[in-house]
Design a protein around this ligand. Structure first.
Ligand SMILES: Cc1cc2nc3c(=O)[nH]c(=O)nc-3n(C[C@H](O)[C@H](O)[C@H](O)COP(=O)(O)O)c2cc1C
Length: 320
């Protein structure tokens, strides 16, 4: 198969592969820059980063690549507007946004010429995003890691979303190899967003303990938890997820009100930060459903080489 062209506004990456944004500090400048250098779109996970840290991350990524760099930001974070403005000031190439909707962001994107990409899980929301001015849609199925907008599979929602909008649709959730990319493209996607595969890269900033949990994971280790954000989330089973499921997770010790709406059942950002720094038993390790299919930690360039080789070996069916 040959890769289709993915056009987001005026941006055309060499390969239609976006590295999914991952908070908290899972996808930072080194990973995003490596993906951009390999010909994809690298994305900094901005949610819950202090504004000045985000500015520094964007500058650091820029110093490492001439490729395409975006940020991913959840609408649910209180600093949403400040972060979007900071990214625009730093001349970010694109902004990918999910977990809620803001009319404003499309307005800010239009004013500055920065394409806005909406993450949605239904054709209804895809149509609204297109009408408001989204340059592309990420259609995210339940196989994805992190907060989930649906319990329906990508195979179910992708055809519905592709036929509902005219802008490019990028498939996300459970894609870990070239075969998975080919399947999404055959179903009408113009590109893919992958995250779990890129956690298993040498450039990803998480602790070795985090990556070792990914390496050892079986299909049965992947669970769905409740998050104080008010959405379910996909993560690896551990003592902490048992506590969450038993409503026994520790209440936040200090709270700076970082989310617009939070149940305060436990602090999701503290739990994500704990696992990132290696305290995996006291934290949440977000992951996609197909983590168990990944058996190696590789440099991003090698991951790309493998994806491209696997994809190009796939037979064309009906033009794809
Ligand atoms: C560790 C981790 C953290 C994530 N954090 C975010 C996030 O902050 N914002 C977001 O929109 N999506 C987040 N996601 C979802 C990814 O960006 C991506 O869309 C999804 O995981 C794709 O599925 P895959 O991991 O199976 O490839 C996260 C995923 C993972 C694995």
């Amino acid at each position: 198969m040959k890769f289709p062209e993915l056009k987001i506004g005026a941006l055309v990456p060499r390969y239609p592969i976006i590295q999914g944004g991952m908070s908290l500090r899972v996808s930072t400048a080194p990973l995003a820059a490596a993906v951009a250098n390999a010909g994809g779109i690298g994305v900094i996970g901005a949610s819950a980063m202090p504004v000045e840290e985000l500015r520094n991350e964007i500058r650091l990524a820029r110093s490492k690549t001439k490729g395409i760099i975006g940020i991913n930001i959840m609408f649910a974070v209180r600093q949403f507007a400040a972060m979007v403005h900071t990214a625009i000031e730093e001349k970010i190439d694109l902004i990918i946004t999910g977990a809620g909707f803001s009319r404003d962001i499309f307005h800010w994107g239009k004013e500055s010429g920065v394409p806005i990409v909406s993450i949605v899980s239904s054709s209804k929301l895809a149509k609204i995003a297109e009408k408001l001015g989204a340059a592309a849609i990420v259609a995210e199925g339940t196989e994805a890691g992190g907060h989930l907008g649906t319990m329906r599979s990508i195979d179910e929602i992708l055809p519905e979303i592709v036929s509902a909008v005219k802008i490019p649709v990028i498939a996300a959730g459970g894609i870990v190899d070239g075969k998975g990319i080919a399947k999404a493209i055959r179903m009408g996607a113009s590109g893919v967003q992958m995250a779990t595969r890129f956690v298993m890269s040498t450039e990803c900033a998480v602790s070795d303990a985090f990556k070792q949990m990914y390496l050892k994971a079986t299909a049965e280790d992947v669970v769905v938890i409740t998050s104080p954000v008010g959405m379910p989330g996909r993560a690896l089973h551990n003592d902490f997820t048992d506590k969450i499921l038993n409503k026994a997770a520790p209440k936040p010790e200090a709270c700076d009100g970082c989310l617009k709406d939070c149940s305060r059942e436990y602090c999701i950002f503290q739990a994500l930060e704990n696992s990132r720094i290696g305290q995996v038993d006291q934290g949440v390790v977000f992951t996609g459903q197909n983590v168990y299919k990944i058996n190696d930690i590789l440099p991003v360039q090698e991951i790309f080489d493998n994806l491209i080789k696997e994809f190009e070996q796939e037979p064309e069916i009906d033009g794809y």
